[in-house]
Design a protein around this ligand. Structure first.
Ligand code: AMP
Length: 366
């Protein structure tokens, strides 16, 4: 049984690593020369928008899924009814555009930031008047890891941001003075059955995720987040893993964005949950029974960004799990991650602090 994956990055690579023990095979589609998943499975080299290449992938696979949401939804739809695409293209389309994402949150009663769509300089001025400063200007499409964003603090910031970003459709929203950031990961199977992982606490720096701790938060916050991801999955008739990121302010959840895929904040589930997000995504899209999402202890996941410290240095830390994605080092690039799992939260934080001191001294656990 072959799973076709559009995008052969580290998420696809970890999906394949989770799928081989289940007896699955993989075929990827990706435009880059040596993507991370190429070490594990064959890659059809083509643009994500190439409908012929997608059709060739679909012909050779039981099901087609994605490891990167900025694929061409039109090309996925052109595959027709004979091809099973998971998650459904409508869900991918909703997550690709920040405006349709916000509207969906609002429709389902999920609190989100105050926002305005911005298509002209005049609309930017009006949006800033309505929402106020400070605010954040984001490209509606193709934003990830803090790319395509500008924080506007004073009226003097508008001109430069507009000159840099004004060529594409934008969204302006309030800058939330959040207490912390969390994410929730849910999975829905083909028959509508669902499982939800415990809440993740995420620390970002420069828009890039640096540290995740899970399970996190009290029962009330977990219940709220769970209800939101379940509502989204139900509404979208979703199949696969869905992630929703939130700001937490005064004990309330404010939805930031969603990702129609396995997510960086769920990497801890490889060692830290009964079933990893990668395995559960595969189980869901193949119509197999979903696995338990319970945490086996307390986990911390640290991203390795820009440079990869020596293996032997990292592995000296007791209990550490190293994931090296096999990517060329480049500033700001996610090259790998570390996970520790402990049976209590304070021991987990202690281990994480020792690792952070070595690989990311600028990141502090509150
Ligand atoms: P995004 O690509 O929208 O997930 O943004 C990346 C990160 O930038 C978030 O995880 C936050 O740390 C920060 N950020 C984005 N939007 C806002 C906002 N409206 N208010 C405060 N921080 C934000």
């Amino acid at each position: 049984m072959t799973v076709g994956i559009v995008g052969a990055g580290q998420l696809g690579r970890m999906m394949a690593l989770a799928g081989y023990p289940l007896g699955l095979d993989f075929l990827f589609l990706d435009p880059s020369e040596q993507p991370p998943a190429a070490a594990l499975a064959p890659v059809l080299r083509s643009a994500f928008t190439d409908a012929d290449a997608l059709a060739a992938l679909a012909r050779r696979c039981e099901v087609v899924t994605i490891d990167w949401e900025n694929v061409s939804v039109a090309a996925l739809r052109s595959l027709g009814r004979g091809t099973r695409v998971c998650p459904p293209p409508a869900a991918i389309a909703a997550a690709q555009d920040r405006v349709s994402e916000k509207r969906l949150f609002e429709k389902l009663g999920i609190a989100t930031t105050r926002w305005r769509a911005v298509g002209s300089r005049r609309q930017l001025d009006a949006a800033v008047r309505d929402i106020g400063l400070p605010g954040i200007l984001k490209t509606r499409r193709m934003g990830y890891d803090g790319k395509g964003q500008a924080v506007l603090r004073t009226a003097a910031d508008l001109e430069g941001a507009w000159a840099r970003m004004g060529q594409v459709p934008l969204l302006f929203e309030e800058l939330v003075p959040f207490d912390l950031e969390v994410s929730v990961i849910g999975v829905r199977g083909r028959r509508g059955e669902c499982q939800v992982y415990p809440l993740n606490h995420n620390l970002h720096c420069g828009g890039i995720l640096r540290l995740t701790r899970a399970p996190f938060g009290n029962a009330r916050l977990n219940r709220l987040a769970r209800a939101h991801v379940l509502a989204l999955m139900e509404h979208l008739r979703y199949v696969g893993v869905l992630t929703v990121e939130f700001f937490v302010r005064g004990g309330k959840l404010v939805a930031n964005e969603m990702a129609p895929r396995v997510h960086n904040s769920g990497h801890w589930t490889i060692e830290g949950a009964v079933t990893s997000q990668f395995e559960n995504h595969l189980r869901a899209i193949l119509g197999l029974p979903l696995g338990e999402t319970r945490a086996k202890g307390y986990s911390a996941m640290i991203n390795l960004i820009g440079t990869l410290p020596g293996r032997s240095r990292l592995l000296r830390h007791p209990g550490v799990h190293l994931h090296d994605y096999g990517k060329e080092p480049r500033p700001g690039r996610k090259l790998g991650h570390l996970t520790v799992v402990e049976d209590n939260a304070s021991r987990c934080d202690r281990r994480a602090r020792a690792l952070l001191a070595e690989v990311a001294p600028e990141i502090h656990i509150p």
